[in-house]
Design a protein around this ligand. Structure first.
Ligand SMILES: CCCCC/C=C/C(=O)SCCNC(=O)CCNC(=O)[C@H](O)C(C)(C)COP(=O)(O)OP(=O)(O)OC[C@H]1O[C@@H](n2cnc3c(N)ncnc32)[C@H](O)[C@@H]1OP(=O)(O)O
Ligand SMILES: NC(=O)C1=CN([C@@H]2O[C@H](COP(=O)(O)OP(=O)(O)OC[C@H]3O[C@@H](n4cnc5c(N)ncnc54)[C@H](OP(=O)(O)O)[C@@H]3O)[C@@H](O)[C@H]2O)C=CC1
Length: 282
């Protein structure tokens, strides 16, 4: 049952928690999937600098080791686990192990994902299935296991799902657009179902962010990405990391089921063609 409401006053405002304080996440464990590169790596760094114990996961051990060593070299707390998010049983084991070792996680940044650019008409069955499995199924496995642990241990929790800007579709990325729309509506639905457990679920939708992930696009397609928003530039992984912290901290304690779009205005103006612009539209 929620506390009775009370009007806040000067004494409350003088003491209310500050977002982004240097020790704001001390004592918290933050799991960042896909934390070995790009947005995930930046997010792991930011939470670690705010005092959290971070755990990064991904499929490639070398990238995770490099990230963890760099963070630890600054005297901060980081660890890693190799885990493919598409492996349901493996994800269950991951959460069980982290419960044993760290008492569970407090925040899940569900960032692992990706796709390849291709016109939808050319998708093979396996290609479509691989992208949906990666971005929809994998994200869900992580969400469900985090929530099960929080419910069963009567602990509050917070999930931030990294998605994409899908309201206008994503030409050259129909598979990932479908999967990300699925994650957004999963999030809105469980934000309601899981409110009774003290679990908040939100999404961050990045626009074009200059990360290692840009390597999957052709030079022709990529060279137009910085003109796909009215700021006429790329965002950085740090821009997304800060949004993740905002949504995970007390700054967002009354926000759930929301999508925070961080795209330099790209949802309002500009053209994005993940597989290059077809002649018909030139
Ligand atoms: C740019 C602005 C908007 C941005 C929106 C989003 C941007 C970003 O996300 S940037 C970050 C991008 N990072 C990544 O995408 C990295 C992660 N991606 C992947 O790991 C893969 O692309 C994957 C998950 C989608 C595929 O993984 P996997 O299951 O390991 O793939 P397989 O090699 O087994 O292939 C399965 C299936 O997919 C076909 N396929 C794979 N790559 C391509 C390709 N480049 N073009 C066409 N088809 C591809 C592959 O051929 C297989 O199908 P079949 O051949 O029919 O068996
Ligand atoms: N950069 C951009 O413009 C945008 C990015 N995004 C999304 O943001 C997220 C981060 O992307 P970004 O940092 O740019 O790109 P990266 O390619 O650098 O990051 C993706 C990370 O996810 C990991 N990963 C991918 N698939 C799996 C899997 N099945 N299991 C575990 N880990 C996996 C990768 O590691 P490994 O391969 O070692 O497993 C990698 O570290 C992705 O979901 C991406 O689609 C959304 C919109 C725009």
């Amino acid at each position: 049952m929620a506390d009775s409401p009370r009007v806040m006053g000067d004494a409350d405002f003088a003491r209310a928690p500050l977002p982004f304080s240097a020790t704001g996440f001390a004592g918290k464990t933050v799991l960042v999937s896909g934390g070995g590169s790009g947005i995930g790596k930046a997010t792991a760094w930011l939470f670690a600098r705010l005092g959290a114990q971070v755990i990064v996961t991904g499929r490639t051990e070398e990238k995770l080791v490099t990230t963890v060593e760099a963070i630890r070299a600054q005297g901060l707390l980081a660890d890693y686990r190799v885990q493919d998010i598409r492996d349901y049983d493996g994800v269950a084991t991951l959460f069980a192990e982290l419960y044993g070792e760290y008492g569970g996680v407090d925040v899940l940044i569900n960032n692992a994902g990706g796709q390849f650019p291709q016109p939808a008409i050319d998708f093979s069955k396996n290609g479509f299935d691989a992208v949906v499995a990666n971005n929809l199924n994998g994200s869900w496995y992580m969400m469900q296991h985090a929530a099960l642990q929080w419910r069963d241990s009567a602990k509050a929790g917070c999930i931030v799902n990294i998605v994409a800007v899908v309201p206008r579709g994503m030409a050259g990325g129909a598979h990932t657009c479908a999967a990300r729309a699925g994650v957004i509506h999963l999030s809105k639905t469980v934000a309601v179902e899981w409110a009774e457990y003290g679990i908040r679920v939100n999404c961050v939708a990045p626009g074009v962010i200059f990360s290692e992930g840009m390597g999957v696009y052709s030079e022709e397609a990529r060279s137009a990405f910085d003109q796909s928003n009215p700021m006429r530039r790329f965002g950085t992984p740090w821009d997304i990391a800060q949004s993740c912290v905002f949504l995970s901290d007390s700054s967002a304690r009354f926000i759930t089921g929301e999508v925070l779009t961080v795209d330099g205005g790209g949802q309002l103006w500009g053209d994005l063609w993940m597989a290059g612009k077809p002649d018909y539209f030139k």
